[in-house]
Write a protein that binds this ligand. Sequence first.
Ligand SMILES: Cc1cc2nc3c(=O)[nH]c(=O)nc-3n(C[C@H](O)[C@H](O)[C@H](O)COP(=O)(O)OP(=O)(O)OC[C@H]3O[C@@H](n4cnc5c(N)ncnc54)[C@H](O)[C@@H]3O)c2cc1C
Length: 471
Amino acid sequence: MSHPTNPPTTPAPTPALSAAALRAALGATTPVVAPDDDDYGAARAIEPGGVEQRPAAVVRPADTDAVARAVRLARDAGAEVSVRSGGHSVFGLGSADGALTLDLRGLDGVEIDVGGRTAWAGGGITAGAYSRAAGEHGLATPFGDTGTVGVGGITLGGGVGLLSRSLGMTIDSLLGAEVVTADGEVVRADADHEPDLFWALRGGGGNFGVVTRFRFALHEVSQVVGGVLLMPATPEAVAGVVAAADAAPPGLTMVVMVMPAPPMPMIPADWHGRLVVMANACWSGPLDEADAALAPLRDVAARAGGALLDGLRTAPYPSLLEGGPQGGPVVATGRTFFADGLDEAAATHLLEQLEGSDAMMRAAQLRVLGGAVADVPADATAYAHRAARVIGNVAAVAPDAATAAGYTPWVDALAARLRGADGAYVNFSVDGGLDVARAAYPGATWDRLLDVKRRYDPQNVFRGNVNVPPA
Ligand SMILES: Cc1cc2nc3c(=O)[nH]c(=O)nc-3n(C[C@H](O)[C@H](O)[C@H](O)COP(=O)(O)OP(=O)(O)OC[C@H]3O[C@@H](n4cnc5c(N)ncnc54)[C@H](O)[C@@H]3O)c2cc1C
């Protein structure tokens, strides 16, 4: 989230990556956008504000073969390949200075096998588009809480969302992938083919190749009870919601935000700007058991003075992924952490810090895990933090990158105070440094990822990620 702003210069492309050379090699069916082109600004744009990356060229492949040819060209030129899927990397990984950026948004197909409960999804589809297509059959694969996020990035990093406690992380529903490796080969990775690569893809990020197609398990999820319950933020309310989410049956997953209430019409006007707890809940169990499952959450709200908004309702699951951040890119600085829970002392500190900050928007997000996430052994996938009960995130939003950077010490200190367990979750990490990679991939996970990286990408062609360096 904290983004260094790069000088507005474009590194000279190597001759092999000039627009003319790329167009000649890739042919008319694969659009190439170069720095001199009028649409270069739009082509290199990614979701987070304050990121000014200038790739040597943006290539928009329409199929796996075009991806493979582009990767071979980049490799032969000694260039980095950056991969842009949904463009939501919180530190702008979808683009990189001087890189060949592969914009996968054209790979947005989805094929659903209703009877077999599986789906193939293009490497550039969004979680929302996939979920709407699956939802037409009363089926779902768990992604996050925001439909505009790319299936590519969220899956490769792990994927925690509104179905995590009932159905596990996204990677727990990944059955296989079609991958273009660093040498431009197309391989299939699943339990029976390239099993080490398949293991590494499930949490190891974009380190190992370009995934052109994902094969997912589908689960019967049709109507759920979900939405937002908003209450005044007291220490008891913050700690109580986290405890209620942790004690809930696995059919209930909550993403808890603590922040000043935004000036939205559905929130009472006298609460605008005052600290609130916003519990984004999703009950995916039997509908007639929803009220009982949600009762402890509503009890916490009652003890905090009453719900300011009770938007919990029966709705089709995909509708819960709609909405998301509005109003264009924001510049933010943030820090992620793991914790075992959040007691009232920590909640008191959190509220004091949020109250005392002058950032135009500041928030703590607490995702309560456990349930099906914790049922998977830590070494089964490259995401190793199965025992962590809470993934947290502290963020401050600012009008520009320089101002945002000024809040970095604040988010660092607050995250350090709330942190209760080691580790990092790559999808919420704000830089790709070695310390982050080592925190994300502890012990034997790191050793195995290094081994897979050396076998599949010894030149580190794919380094625009929380990088596992082969050397
Ligand atoms: C508003 C918002 C909400 C979010 N909500 C959640 C959430 O609920 N749960 C959660 O777990 N995370 C969430 N995230 C984090 C998100 O999962 C990561 O930022 C993720 O990397 C975004 O993926 P993307 O494809 O949109 O981004 P991109 O910037 O396009 O891609 C990020 C990186 O992923 C890799 N990558 C993407 N696609 C491919 C591919 N097909 N093949 C190879 N590598 C690929 C590349 O390294 C790429 O640079 C959220 C982020 C935002 C901004």
